[in-house]
Design a protein around this ligand. Structure first.
Ligand SMILES: [Cu+2]
Length: 145
């Protein structure tokens, strides 16, 4: 291996290593969003890479995170997160995740996380039972994908 090959290999390793570092995203749980929507997460649809982490922040009081549909092999929390508590989850299975706020699930407080640009479980998501205003919202979110 000559000096240039070594240098190239080191740069390539560094690049690969940097790409392997996963990202962390914040989602605000809100009573009102800048666009006027009430009882809403800051991101209706959040696109992330595999092994990225999402933190849901208690920016407004009274909200939580309850996963209601996800890729089959995803190891999800057994219970909804506690209301008024920050919650974090690392997504290590690709696909679409649908979650809602337990207290405001009928007010359209649902959102999607899409991991690794994988839409393969979209039919499961589309047939998930949501309530009240969340029905139309889910349709609109899926139509926008
Ligand atoms: Cu809520």
């Amino acid at each position: 291996m000559n000096r240039f090959t070594l240098l190239f290999t080191l740069i390539a390793l560094l690049f690969t290593h940097n790409n392997a570092i996963s990202a962390t995203y914040d989602v605000d749980m809100l009573n009102k969003r800048d666009d006027g929507e009430k009882m809403v997460y800051s991101e209706d649809i959040l696109y992330i890479d595999l092994n990225d982490t999402v933190n849901w922040l208690t920016t407004s009081p009274g909200h939580n995170v309850e996963f209601i549909s996800a890729p089959e092999t995803a190891d999800l929390p057994k219970k909804p997160s506690k209301v008024n508590k920050e919650f974090s989850y690392t997504f290590d299975v690709p696909g679409i995740y649908l979650y809602q706020c337990s207290p405001h699930k009928s007010m359209g407080m649902i959102a999607l996380v899409i991991v690794g640009e994988d839409l393969s479980n979209i039919d499961d998501i589309a047939s998930t039972r949501v309530v009240g205003k969340s029905k139309k919202k889910l349709e609109a979110l899926l139509a926008s994908l």
